[in-house]
Design a protein around this ligand. Structure first.
Ligand code: SF4
Length: 494
């Protein structure tokens, strides 16, 4: 057992977050989280973490945090907001260290309250900071077990459960603690932790969420996506295997398989939408896969039209593929406000009445008098799509045909993606023609499941596609706990 001083972590003061819910025009599935870790004593590790998180910002915009250590106490700084809002020069300078951990968050379990921002810090038997992407499906069970052992919690996120299990574990080496804890976790977890002397990363045995190993000169780093390596000049070495743990320290990188599973289940939605287009997943560049999805979509569901437009930016690569395969010209018929992602100001009744165009503005000069194919990557509730269709007709389009470069979403995700309940999903118990009518479009077609896997060039057996099919790859998933399960538990206990 290691003795740890009780005052080992410094929580740096930051500005209080604004009250109120963010107004987010996004209607699609919400990204989950992005994680990063680096061991590099010769480098400014906080700055590396900052830029890596900046590249991973698309994976979570609710909160951001960095933890560092130079072999002594772990320093953490986290807050609600974008990476560029949470950190400035003086804060980065205060985060000195030889290693760093970073996290951007969109809440999938637990609310977006400050306490749930990461990296999570705990100091029980050992001091650790933790950054997690995913969702535990046995969170309530593990939480109850830890509570029964007298372990207290400060947050309502499932990530603190993993942190508590590792922080209270009495193995001398953190790697041995991880090897014992990981087999007890069920669900999706691409996780990076930091002790006072190492950065350790591990991935769930099904490999649901991405996690990759990068080389930074003679040193090593880990990140959710390879785009985080590109920005800091690191090279993608390989993906961390499902069930693998890697430990980064002064002696380089050590690897161990800590959990096995017969079923690999990488989230196919990472290929469709979540990952940045310049990230490589399973050896495939997302931008190229998405373009092929558009080509397949044309092969499966052609339409007589004059113009292809993308719902920017996520529909752009598939629209390129659709246009190229069909020979129908593509143009920018919808202009996107790129800075709309997060505002706490509500529009008010008057602006709502005027049809506030928060995110997209159509160009009548481009779409007017033309039969338009609109390509997007997915539809969940359909509110934004319905607005876009209405705007395009308002701008003079003669026909609006929707082509979606993924199958219809009809089932919730329990592995770290926030989607609506099935009842809120526009495709729930509706045929494609009924969805088209509901959205006001002349026609609608989705890419088939076979077409999707052909476009990616990988087999279905090693992926999760449960939000399309309802076939969950992990046992006990359907009894999984909801996003606010731990909060409900806390209320029951209170
Ligand atoms: S249910 Fe959908 S979003 Fe969730 S992990 Fe599976 S494929 Fe990805």
């Amino acid at each position: 057992m290691k003795a740890v001083s009780p005052r080992t972590s410094v929580q740096l003061p930051v500005a209080a977050p604004s009250d109120g819910m963010p107004l987010d025009a996004r209607d699609g599935p919400r990204d989950e989280c992005g994680v990063f870790g680096v061991f590099a004593p010769e480098s400014e590790v906080a700055r590396l973490a900052y830029f890596a998180l900046y590249a991973l910002q698309h994976r979570g915009q609710e909160s951001a945090g960095i933890a560092t250590s130079e072999g002594g106490p772990i320093i953490t700084l986290r807050d609600l907001g974008l990476v560029s809002q949470v950190f400035d020069e003086s804060k980065l300078r205060a985060l000195d260290g030889t290693m760093a951990l970073g996290h951007v968050r969109y809440s999938t379990t637990g609310s977006s309250a400050w306490e749930n921002a990461q990296p999570i810090y705990r100091s029980d038997v050992r001091e650790i900071a933790l950054a997690h992407n995913g969702n535990l499906i046995n969170a309530v069970e593990l939480h109850s077990e830890l509570r029964a052992r007298g372990v207290g919690f400060r947050s309502t996120s499932d990530s603190e459960i993993i942190a508590a299990m590792l922080s209270t574990h009495d193995a001398d080496r953190i790697e041995d603690a991880v090897a014992e804890v990981v087999p007890r976790l069920e669900g999706a977890f691409s996780t990076v932790i930091m002790t006072r002397d190492r950065v350790v990363a591990f991935r769930d045995p099904a490999g649901l969420r991405p996690l990759a190993l990068g080389r930074l000169g003679e040193r090593w780093c880990v990140a959710s996506e390879s785009c985080a390596f590109d920005i800091i000049g690191a090279k993608l070495e390989r993906e961390i295997e499902p069930g693998e743990m890697v430990s980064l320290g002064p002696d380089g990188v050590e690897s161990r398989i800590v959990a096995e599973s017969d079923r690999r289940a990488f989230c196919v939605f990472e290929h469709i939408y979540f990952a940045r287009p310049d990230s490589k997943l399973e050896g495939k560049l997302a931008q190229v896969s998405r373009r092929r999805m558009g080509e397949k979509l044309w092969e499966e569901s052609p339409v007589d039209a004059d113009l292809v437009i993308a719902v920017p930016d996520s529909g752009t690569p598939a629209a390129n593929g659709f246009s190229q395969a069909s020979g129908i010209a593509k143009d920018d018929g919808l202009i996107k406000n790129r800075y709309v992602a997060r505002t706490f100001i509500q529009p008010g009744q008057e602006l709502r009445r005027h049809g506030l165009r928060m995110k997209f503005n159509p160009l009548p000069e481009i779409v007017g008098g033309r039969r338009v194919v609109v390509v997007d990557d997915s539809i969940v509730r359909g509110n934004t799509t319905r607005q876009i269709v209405g705007m395009l007709y308002g701008a003079g389009a003669l026909e609006v045909h929707l082509r979606i470069s993924a199958p219809a979403i009809r089932h919730p995700c329990h592995y770290g993606i926030d989607m609506s309940t099935p009842q809120e999903m526009v495709a729930h118990e509706r045929t494609d023609a009924q969805v088209a009518a509901e959205l006001g479009a002349d026609s609608l077609a989705y890419l088939s499941l076979d077409g999707l896997y052909e476009a990616i060039g990988l087999p279905r057996e090693t992926h999760c596609d449960a939000c399309f099919t309802g076939e969950y790859p992990l046992e006990r998933t359907e009894t999984a706990n909801g996003k606010f399960a731990l909060e409900e538990l806390a209320v029951v206990r209170a």
